[in-house]
Design a protein around this ligand. Structure first.
Ligand SMILES: Cc1cc2nc3c(=O)[nH]c(=O)nc-3n(C[C@H](O)[C@H](O)[C@H](O)COP(=O)(O)OP(=O)(O)OC[C@H]3O[C@@H](n4cnc5c(N)ncnc54)[C@H](O)[C@@H]3O)c2cc1C
Length: 328
């Protein structure tokens, strides 16, 4: 039997030192993803450093918005009054994910860093470049309903699974990270990476870097924000496609719009081309559909994923127009 050492860190600095010193050490948040991977034999750390009980479990109001501790549970974050009023997209995204029991256990940092649900990644008997670099990508010719349509590579066509991360992308979140050389901030958009030739690397974090918090800045757009998710079942299912929108319309013209998509790429996809086409003009369904079409010009679909283009277009138009009805 393989030995696994469990360490409960008493401070963030102690946790960083422990994981940095050992290439086989990993952080443990709520464990709802990592422990599954241990059981499936697709992760084999020798040391688990538990960071779920560090004093990083508060949601604090700041001058600009909110600071969310890395160990805040998904349920608590979704229910927080200031999240519900100032960042409703985040609350909706969290509540659309997993089940009540899992949300009670899952942490903010762990949710951001959960790994793909690609069936081949989770099946250690199949080739998968993300799990075992150089072994091949079974999803290229295999079951492809959840595959990416933007930013994929020959090495990997999988999608990022976190609903919360998509909302945080549209909310322009910053991730606060502690490493052996101190603290740094990473824009949520720069946290996850496209697969390229190295799909085994999900993020731009170095080994040992610990997420300590996520910071959000409130604005009229974040207050008028939403998250919509299309999936195979009404609950307990990952997104086929999803959209987070933050919108501010002033005197009939778009003053601020932010759109992020889930279920389409190796990372939350920020639809910046569509945003720039929508900013400054009025809103009607055709304008939104045209802007989305421009964003999706680079998309590549196959038989299994062709449905994602009309689905994304419809879900995005609906979310934007619903919000437009709700803004001043
Ligand atoms: C049946 C089921 C259905 C689900 N459905 C959905 C869904 O619809 N939508 C959705 O978004 N999610 C869904 N999930 C995934 C769930 O949201 C994640 O498992 C959960 O959010 C992970 O959080 P955790 O704290 O348990 O992470 P863990 O499992 O503890 O950790 C995940 C990763 O994060 C790392 N980590 C943890 N904390 C830190 C830190 N502070 N700094 C750096 N690294 C850290 C760990 O080392 C590990 O690599 C589902 C899960 C299950 C089991």
């Amino acid at each position: 039997m393989r030995e696994l050492t469990y360490v409960r860190a008493t401070s963030a600095a102690e946790a960083v030192a422990a994981v940095t010193a050992d290439p086989h050490a990993r952080y443990l948040g709520g464990g709802t993803n990592l422990v599954d991977h241990l059981k499936l034999g697709i992760a084999s750390p020798e040391v688990l450093v538990d960071v779920s009980r560090l004093p990083l479990d508060a949601v604090e109001e700041t001058e600009r918005g909110l600071r969310i501790g890395a160990a805040v549970r998904n349920s608590d974050l979704a229910a927080h009054p200031l999240v519900r009023t100032d960042f409703p997209a985040l609350s909706r995204a969290l509540l659309s994910g997993a089940s009540g029991q899992i949300r009670n256990q899952a942490t903010t940092a762990g949710n951001l860093l959960q790994r793909t649900r690609c069936v081949y990644f989770q099946d250690a008997s199949t080739p998968c470049n993300k799990r075992e670099p150089g072994s091949g990508c079974s999803a290229l010719e295999g079951y492809g309903r959840y595959n990416a349509v933007l930013g994929a590579s020959e090495s990997c066509v999988t999608t990022h699974p976190s609903d919360m991360a998509v909302a945080m992308s549209a909310l322009d979140a910053d991730v606060v990270v502690l490493g052996p050389d101190g603290e740094r901030r990473v824009a949520l958009d720069d946290l996850h990476r496209l697969p390229g030739a190295h799909p085994e690397r999900d993020t731009t974090l170095a080994h040992g870097e610990l997420i300590t918090a996520v910071e959000l800045t409130r604005s009229p757009a974040t207050r008028t924000s939403t998250y919509e998710k299309a999936r195979d079942r009404a609950s307990y299912a990952f997104a086929l496609v999803s959209v987070a929108v933050a919108l501010d319309v002033v005197d009939g013209e778009v003053a601020d719009v932010r759109i992020a998509w889930g279920g389409v790429a190796h990372k939350p996809w920020r639809a910046r081309t569509a945003e720039s086409l929508l900013r400054g003009g009025g809103l009607d369904e055709q304008r939104v559909r045209d802007a989305v079409a421009e964003e999706l010009r680079a998309s590549e679909t196959g038989l299994d994923t062709a449905f994602k283009v009309p689905m994304l277009t419809g879900i995005t138009a609906r979310a934007v127009l619903r919000l437009a009805g709700a803004t001043r």
